[in-house]
Ligand binder design. Structure first.
Ligand code: N01
Length: 550
């Protein structure tokens, strides 16, 4: 790599929610900081995933930053679950309010980061030709930001338009009078299918695995409720910190009440009554569904019964019935009008379990069972989650070791924050932290605060480098695996992205920390209280001037 032209105390990679707050904290500390962002705007996930129907599944009042009282009091949310456009507007507001854009380099993708051991600095190269250097590098690259591009035979010869949900055109896509094929029925597919059905002339849904989903029950936010939350934010943020998921008990919406009843305690008659009452909501209304196989199997059957009641055509209903994995092993999906969409005469469900995709043809798609013609192909095929964004950058630490090779058998990081041999390279919501199992805004804020405090501590003590001790890292990685072992998340039949099982060739290993936000935060705080137990700091011993702000 050639000599750097730009030198900073810290470089933040990504200008989504994590990158924005990190940049703000670093600047507040008086450090010189720059954020690199591939897109031409801020917002990360919410910048890219603009597909019709995209919506957050965490309540807006909780999916927001708590670090600034003025910010949380000043912003008005309109719905319980915010639409993509509203979260994106919020993040743009954050960028403006804290004047962050002047230190963000847009349309600039980090391609390589190499640790210069003698200078104790990271040297970074971007695909825009920048060569930069920084003492600290903070990866705010997101957990679901590396889209999977399935290698369908013939995809490049398709004569119509191809759109990924994860890169939907900003100006939208006019689907009127057009036949649309959509592949994928995860969260993105389930959210966009009802709207694509409304917009298109005919919609073909190609489903490989049926989904467990239940209604989002979204609604406009009651002004009184918004005022209540704002008046009690201090307490609500405290409750978020004391929870497993980073969401307080005050959150509105079916997703966030904690079930206490046990399905196995109900008689057959009571179960039938519960199904009448709860409908698809049965999948999350009983405490034992996640923990006991017998309860899970009963709930799966109740869920299938709901599908049969909802879908007019019995054959279509059977095709929509999940059979392959237990409820709760994959990320819970919530929807608006998903199942009733399959009663429309202009929607066709193709069950790929009956015949897989052979090829994309110039005019559509061929399965082993038949051929389908359409003008627009929508790919809602998911992400190389948690490690994908980092593995796509050529990151080299001590001894020229690459992060990709170190993580070939699964991610290795202490607390999900730093990885041995990669000094001063922090990861926000990295693998081994609660991240995707929690309210991301909450976990982002916790990580950014921890990293900023750590950098401050290094400045106060004249430390140049921090990295985990190998023992501490090994113990934490083992602990993360132990905590997940034997839970529904690691059921052998589960092919979730939590396990990396959706990516061909990726090592199957459970990546996020299942211990919950409260326990995780306590561990991070304890590590600091014990003088950063498990981390190693080094001093150069050379008399270099301290960087600005130290
Ligand atoms: O991706 P997914 P997603 N041939 O991996 C199918 C967050 N999110 O973008 O299940 C045929 O869940 C694949 O089939 P299968 C949320 O955390 C949140 O939908 O692997 N099909 C599956 O049906 C979520 O969990 C929100 O058999 C193929 C689908 O594509 C995460 O992002 C909204 C295939 C991929 O589903 C990812 O969701 C949206 C192939 N070759 C996303 N390859 C909210 O906040 C893949 N599939 C609500």
């Amino acid at each position: 790599m050639s000599e750097p032209r730009d030198e900073f105390d810290a470089i933040v990679v990504g200008a989504g929610a994590a990158g924005l707050y990190m940049l703000h904290r670093l600047r507040e500390m008086g450090l010189t900081a720059l954020a690199l962002e591939t897109g031409d705007g801020v917002g990360g996930t919410w910048f890219w995933n603009r597909y019709p129907g995209a919506r957050c599944d965490v309540p807006s009042l909780e999916y927001s930053f708590g670090f600034s009282e003025e910010l949380q009091q000043g912003w008005e949310w309109s719905e319980i679950m915010p639409a993509q456009s509203e979260v994106l507007a919020y993040l743009n507001h954050v960028a403006d309010r804290f004047d962050l854009r002047r230190d963000i380099r847009f349309e600039t993708r980090l391609s390589a980061a190499t640790y210069d051991e003698s200078a104790r600095r990271w040297r970074l190269a971007t695909d825009a030709g920048d060569v930069l250097s920084a003492r600290f590098c903070v990866m705010a690259t997101g957990c679901l930001s590396a889209p999977l591009r399935p290698d369908f035979e013939g995809l490049d010869r398709f004569e119509g338009d191809v759109h990924y949900t994860s890169g939907w055109p900003r100006e939208g896509v006019d689907l009127s009078g057009r036949r649309v094929g959509v592949i994928g029925t995860g969260s993105s597919g389930v959210q966009c299918i009802p709207i694509l059905a409304e917009q298109a002339d005919h919609l073909y849904v190609f489903q490989r695995t049926p989904v467990y989903t239940f209604p989002a029950d979204n609604a406009p936010l009651e002004p009184d409720f918004q005022s209540f939350v704002k008046a009690n934010y201090r307490e609500i943020r405290k409750k978020q910190r004391a929870s497993d998921t980073g969401v307080s008990e005050h959150a509105q919406g079916a997703l966030f009440s904690t079930p206490t009843r046990r399905l196995l305690d109900l008689s057959a008659v009571e179960r039938a009554a519960a199904l009448e009452d709860l409908g698809f909501g049965v999948v999350r209304s009983f405490a034992d569904i996640r923990t006991e196989t017998a309860a899970n199997e009963i709930a799966v059957e109740m869920y299938r019964e709901m599908i049969r009641r909802t879908i007019d055509d019995p054959l279509v209903a059977e095709r929509l019935c999940p059979r392959e994995h237990p409820i709760g092993c994959k990320r819970q999906v919530v929807d608006t009008d998903y199942f009733i969409t399959f009663n429309r005469p202009d929607v066709t469900l193709i069950d790929l379990r009956e015949g897989g995709i052979e090829a994309i043809t110039p005019t559509g798609l061929r399965t082993t069972n038949g051929e389908y013609e359409f003008d627009v192909l929508v790919l809602a095929t998911g992400f190389d989650a948690m490690t994908g964004a980092l593995r796509r950058i050529d990151i080299r630490g001590r001894h020229d070791r690459t992060l990709a090779s170190k993580w070939a058998d699964g991610p290795r990081a202490y607390l999900g924050l730093l990885s041995a041999d990669f000094p001063n390279l922090f990861t926000i919501t990295g693998p081994g932290s609660p991240s995707v199992l929690s309210n991301m805004m909450h976990s982002i804020e916790q990580h950014v605060d921890w990293i900023a405090d750590c950098i401050g501590h290094m400045g106060e003590n004249g430390f140049d480098e921090i990295e985990p001790a190998v023992d501490a890292e090994d113990e934490w990685v083992a602990h993360v695996i132990d905590e997940a072992d034997g839970t529904v998340w690691t059921a052998p039949s589960c092919r979730s992205w939590y396990l990396g099982a959706n990516v061909p060739g990726k090592r199957r290993i459970f990546m996020p920390y299942t211990g919950g936000v409260k326990k995780y935060r306590a561990k991070c705080d304890e590590v600091v209280a014990r003088d950063y137990e498990g981390f190693v700091f080094t001093r150069s011993g050379r008399t270099e001037p301290a960087p600005a702000g130290f």
